[in-house]
Design a protein around this ligand. Structure first.
Ligand code: LLP
Length: 432
């Protein structure tokens, strides 16, 4: 079980010392819960490690696609780190939350003209340019606004991170970034001088997500620093900033063995320092972009158990009142989760295996397959652990499901930060 979870005298699961079963009664289910202390601790771990190993010449950006809302942008802003946003919607939400624009980085492989304009009009610090079309589009917007825009270039470094195919981004066959292997990246950098209103600040790469191994990150830093050297040698540009992306894995189930963030940062920093010496480069300002590892372990989701269907020798189904509309990760990636019955948290799990199914009209609408939980009965509260990242942010209204609320637990208190959608909300954009 995760560190912030416990079991109280009534035998109920607690999060941040608050009884989850009472929260399910108060707010209804499905319900997303986040423990603020865990988010703060994770941010501070990254922040302190980057300060320590890069002599305060670095910045952590929270990859806000993992969970984006006014609440999280405000919290992250007060913790003093930056964010990456990948859409007009994320940027809009961050601006509404009053996020410090000097710490906003804007990503995306197909940002629209309007999104680029919005970013520049709102003084977003850095735009991470993904391809050649975007370079010229961004430059003409900058000329029209009579502004200079700082940019990083996203590079596809050709690193194969050992993770699910859908979340790999570093190998040559990727829609993201300038390709290094075929010489595209260097050729395009050679054309930068024609984009007079863009200021080259440096490079970015992101090799994938839910990665447990340090080596792909070290390899990525090798490739990126070698490129920084080639850029300096061939064109004289100094790579002032180097963004090494996010992607650090978290523990979902037994057997997942995440890297200690501090030791990851230490190893990569040693390599970066060594290569800078070898290549005679000034140490760049180092940026990292963790998303999942900041907010994933802070969250759990609560459901109410509905019908069970036992098919002897085939499968034991236990259906809950949500499913792929609030957590599509099993359907998309076959993701694994640890579950338990929150109101029976002190009881042993049975030897039987259950498949937790949702209520949507799809046979593959599962939350977790063939897992051990306490004996489920109608009306029980089922908790799914480590759902803080890529659950709420990937929720949909499939089957006209209303998105669940988000409640934050902090100092033993609970606060509603996103209310449950209503049926009326579903019709908000309908022209009747
Ligand atoms: N930076 C960039 C440019 C990214 O594309 C991503 C994630 C991150 C940082 C943050 O990666 P993290 O530290 O969260 O692994 N929906 C998938 C994950 C997609 C990740 C997309 N990009 C999932 O649920 O597993």
């Amino acid at each position: 079980m995760l560190q912030n979870l416990g079991v109280n005298a009534s035998g109920n699961l607690t999060i941040g010392n608050v009884d989850t079963v009472s929260l399910a009664k108060k707010y209804g289910t499905p319900l997303y819960l986040l423990d603020e202390q865990v988010i703060c601790d994770n941010v501070m771990q990254y922040k302190n490690a980057i300060d320590k190993y890069y002599n305060k010449k670095g910045l952590v950006l929270y990859a806000s696609k993992a969970f984006s809302s006014v609440y999280i942008y405000r919290l992250i802003n007060t913790l003093g780190i930056g964010i990456d946003v990948v859409s007009g919607g994320e940027l809009y939400t961050a601006l509404k939350a009053g996020f410090d624009t000097s710490k906003i980085y804007f990503h995306g492989n197909n940002k629209s003209y309007d999104e680029l304009l919005m970013a520049m009009q709102n003084d977003v610090e850095v735009i991470v340019v993904d391809n050649e079309n975007e370079l010229s589009r961004l430059n003409s917007i900058a000329v029209n606004l009579n502004k200079k825009q700082k940019i990083l270039l996203r590079i596809t470094p050709g690193i194969d991170a050992h993770t699910h195919d859908f979340v790999k981004t570093g190998n040559i066959d990727s829609k993201f970034g300038f390709t290094l292997e075929n010489g595209d990246a260097l050729r395009i950098i050679g054309t930068l001088s024609k984009y007079e209103n863009l200021i080259y600040e440096g490079l970015h790469c992101h090799i994938g997500s839910q990665i447990f191994d340090v080596m792909p990150f070290v390899e990525a830093s090798n490739v990126m620093l070698k490129l920084a050297k080639d850029i300096k040698d061939e064109f004289g540009y100094v790579t002032k900033k180097l963004n090494l992306g996010g992607g650090f894995g978290i523990k979902y189930v037994e057997g997942d063995d995440p890297i200690e963030y501090e030791s990851y940062i230490e190893k990569v920093s040693q390599n970066v320092k060594k290569l800078c010496k070898e290549f005679n480069l000034e140490m760049p300002f180092i940026i990292m972009e963790p998303g999942r590892s900041i907010i994933g372990p802070a969250g759990i989701t609560l459901y109410t158990v509905g019908n069970t269907k036992i098919i002897p020798n085939i499968r034991n189904y236990v259906s809950v009142d949500g499913g792929m509309s609030d957590n599509p990760r099993f359907a998309l990636y076959g993701s694994k989760y640890e579950c338990l019955i929150a109101n029976k948290a002190s009881e042993n799990k049975t030897t039987d295996v259950y498949t937790v199914a949702g209520k949507h009209c799809e046979s593959g609408d599962f939350i977790a397959e063939n897992i051990h939980i306490q004996t489920p009965e109608y009306g029980d509260i089922l908790a799914v652990l480590a759902t803080g990242a890529y659950n709420y942010s990937m929720a949909s209204n499939y089957n006209m499901a209303t998105k669940p609320p988000v409640v934050v637990v902090s100092n033993g208190e609970d606060k509603l930060v996103i209310r449950r959608e209503t049926f009326e909300d579903l019709l908000n954009s309908t022209e009747i």
